[in-house]
Design a protein around this ligand. Structure first.
Ligand SMILES: Nc1ncnc2c1ncn2[C@@H]1O[C@H](COP(=O)(O)OP(=O)(O)OP(=O)(O)O)[C@@H](O)[C@H]1O
Ligand SMILES: [Mg+2]
Length: 331
């Protein structure tokens, strides 16, 4: 039996894995594993196994089946309402208020320690705000548990990659689809018809998601053996597997070279075009400005700007806090 291994990398502030390893273990459908133990081929053509996945339109349809019924673009999907987060004497977020609108890519930027990851943690139920509240899809998150928040439609990736490193790429994504499964425990134990159908759907969707993010050829490889960039993409596929309305990406291009960054931004745009709303933390200012519809800037836990990328990048407070002094000011 495949044992989920440790995370591929460290963790930040109290975040946890999507699904605990024990649960993932139980849910790993062994019957579709290649052959357990034998090193998988370096790459295979997905279309050999799933001919229909050679068609991009089919992939897109499987990835976001309900994108047409998503509510009005532009309406607030998530609202941070005066969210304050204190850790002892440290105020990591100070009365932060902003909206994420449906269908947009919102950039969240700010210097190291500004509170960006803490925002994610407050939105995904890792932390309860000390003051204020997070409203998602019209519903205050209050004391709602993390797995319930996932079900409501918020998914995230982590600043430090977290994958089940001993599981295959495909299994890692199936773990994500699991968050959607509705069969009861007895249903799973007795392998009810519905449970089997869900397993099949989960596999099909997981495979389509791997194709979608560009790592379909790695499906049967252990996550730990994937090149770093593919691991980052795999994390995104796993987050998308929960069928989120809002996808939160915490520095997904960290450690990428410029060409890889551009490719990743193209993927993020594709995700948005497919009907998702995206919240993107990214340090590379040029990238953020190129891909986002709006930008929120944090500094020392406070929101110091919120607006269109071109306005934010010209804002003197932002320049002082984050962008550094522009070249022409020093000439
Ligand atoms: N669980 C915690 N306990 C104590 N302090 C914390 C905790 N989580 C975050 N902090 C502190 O809150 C502040 C904001 O941290 P956060 O990780 O949100 O910043 P960030 O904007 O994501 O920074 P980076 O760009 O380095 O990732 C930092 O000073 C951090 O040390
Ligand atoms: Mg961070």
């Amino acid at each position: 039996m495949t044992q989920p291994g440790g995370m591929a990398a460290g963790s930040e502030h109290g975040d946890e894995h999507l699904g605990d390893p024990g649960r993932a273990n139980r849910q790993t459908p062994e019957q579709y594993l290649p052959d357990g133990g034998v090193e998988p081929p370096a790459a295979f053509d997905v279309a050999d196994v799933h001919p229909e996945l050679a068609d991009e339109a089919v992939v897109a349809e499987i990835v976001a089946p309900d994108r047409d019924i998503r509510a009005e673009v532009g309406e607030p999907l998530l609202q941070m309402q005066g969210v304050t987060m204190r850790f002892g004497g440290l105020t990591a977020l100070d009365a932060v208020t902003f909206d994420i609108r449906r269908g947009e890519i919102l950039g969240l930027i700010g210097p190291n320690g500004a509170g960006k990851t803490t925002c994610f943690n407050a939105m995904t139920g890792v932390y309860r705000p000390t003051e204020g509240q997070v409203v998602f899809d019209g519903k205050p998150l209050g004391k709602i548990k993390r797995n319930e928040i996932t079900r409501l439609g918020i998914a995230r990736t982590f600043q430090n990659i977290r994958l089940f490193s001993d599981m295959t790429a495909l299994e890692n994504v199936v773990v994500g689809t699991d968050a959607r499964h509705r069969t009861s425990v007895p249903g799973a134990v007795f392998r009810s018809k519905r449970h089997r159908a869900e397993e099949r759907d989960a596999l099909d969707r997981a495979m389509a998601l791997l194709e979608f993010v560009g790592v379909g050829k790695r499906a049967t490889q252990q996550a730990r053996n994937l090149p770093y960039g593919d691991q980052r993409r795999l994390e995104i596929a796993r987050a998308l597997a929960t069928e989120p309305k809002l996808l939160c990406l915490d520095e997904p291009a960290a450690g990428f070279n410029p060409a890889e960054k551009v490719e990743l931004m193209e993927l993020i745009r594709k995700i948005r075009d497919d009907g998702y709303t995206v919240l993107l933390i990214e340090h590379d200012m040029r990238l953020v400005m190129g891909v986002t519809d709006r930008v929120v800037v944090l500094e020392f836990g406070r929101k110091i700007a919120d607006g269109l990328p071109r306005d934010v990048s010209a804002d003197p407070a932002v320049i002082a806090a984050y962008l550094g002094v522009p070249d022409d000011a020093t000439a």
